[in-house]
Design a protein around this ligand. Sequence first.
Ligand SMILES: [Fe+2]
Ligand SMILES: [Fe+2]
Length: 196
Amino acid sequence: MENLLEENKQKYLDLIKNNIKREGIDGLVEYLKKSDFFTAPASTKYHSCFAGGLCSHSLNVYNRLLALVQNEYGENWQEHMSLESVTIVGLFHDLCKVDLYVTEYRNVKENGNWVQKPFFATQDKLPYGHGEKSVYIVNGFMRLTRDEAMCINWHMGEYDMRAKAGMSLGDIYYKFPNAFLTHIADNMATYLDESI
Ligand SMILES: [Fe+2]
Ligand SMILES: [Fe+2]
């Protein structure tokens, strides 16, 4: 597990180094290294709810999004979404989960004895939302393009509280189709590459 965690961290940092040349990226990388990003889970009890799950989920979304964009747009795919944008959106879409999870303990009976078992809970220090919070965090270091901001902001699709409250995803996804591809990539990573 330790090895996998280190391996994923290296893959993640290499992708950033090779694919992202934008001003401000160094500050964002420093922030991530100081945070719990590389050891955090991706959820409390759903997909990739293990230490390092958030980094591994982000890599899965990057890979899925790259394949979707290449398949959808063909040879000249970078005219529609550059490799830099795919990397930014894939790797940073869930930065809202940085410093969000805490380990708590509950008493469980095992062989007639009560023992304390750890579990992940959330403690949101910045309750800004989900996709919109990731956009806010990234923009604090590095300017996102409008398309990247829309992709990250709307990656949750129908699971987003704002969509449940009536905002039209159709309107959003017709205007910003890469945001739709990002949502599909997030779902494919969650349900096809990961498990509970
Ligand atoms: Fe998310
Ligand atoms: Fe995600």
